[in-house]
Design a binder for this molecule. Sequence first.
Ligand SMILES: *Cc1c(COP(=O)(O)O)cnc(C)c1O
Length: 346
Amino acid sequence: MHFASDNSGPVHPEVLVALAKANDGYQMAYGADTLMNEVRDRIRGIFEAPGAAVYLVATGTAANSLALATLSKPWETVFCSPVAHIHEDECNAPEFYSGAKLTLVPGGDRMAPDALRQSITGEETRGVHGPQRGPVSITQVTERGTVYTLEELQSLCSVAKEFNLPVHLDGARFSNALVALNCSPADMTWKAGVDAVSFGGTKNGLMGVEAVVFFDESKAWEFELRRKRGAHLFSKHRYLSAQMAAYLKDDLWLKSARQANANCNRLANGLRDAGAEFPYEPHANMIFANLTRKQHKRLHQAGAVYHLWAGTLDGSDEEELLTCRLVCDWSNTNEQIDQFLSLLQG
Ligand SMILES: *Cc1c(COP(=O)(O)O)cnc(C)c1O
């Protein structure tokens, strides 16, 4: 019963098979491998963007930081949610790589267009002394397990465009959001007004690969230079390409995301039946749920692994509600989920 994160799960066996296959003979280094040509074509096809620039890196932090660095200048500010991964969980790497600062748009898991407009309006009012307006970064699935609708994405992007600012999408869980919305990758990105995407793979069954996609090809060379200077250009790049190629082959990425979301749905339904409340409505593969300390203790003793979001297990009030975060991936079994749910009773 392991629901700590979708990066705690195993690598999909098909990806390991592809890695073994890619291990045959010689390939040019640094992204000049033949599999990368396949990956680039495939991603351009999937996004209906024949001119897109496509690159691979090994972590989501690198994808976000290098993408934002390419979209911004050191005197600019990146607009994001206060709970954004780039703000809370990347140890200032986006600021380090870009030189820009982050401006937190007041609000919760999802940025609201009016709040974004207000934040943007508030910058660039101090001439040479103040930060200049820069990119807007949106997370989809959000860090609280919710998903922006296409209309919400379009509204945020059109606010950015009012000020002529580029939009970055942190898609560490891109596939989970995509299958939740049942739309096309183009709908969720450039058709809505997104300029660059961190297209996640690691949380959905890869060993460690994320793609960065720019719909404006003129960003390509700058990104390549930044990736190399930032020490994220892999020399044995074929092993990144092989993972991403396996991910996209026969829709493994979509199948894995559908399975993760279905697992989450089973878990959420059971939690709801047991009377648990959700501080955020689960839309994809992540749940925030309030359970009593007694329930948490029982789960913990039975070996369930997940993060308590607030509070601790110690404490005498057995009925006190503590929020936890539960994340599913493609590999959870119904038995594991049902065992977890059975422990809620009593
Ligand atoms: C996991 C995650 C990332 C990437 O994190 P790494 O640990 O650097 O791979 C980026 N954004 C969000 C929203 C994430 O959940």
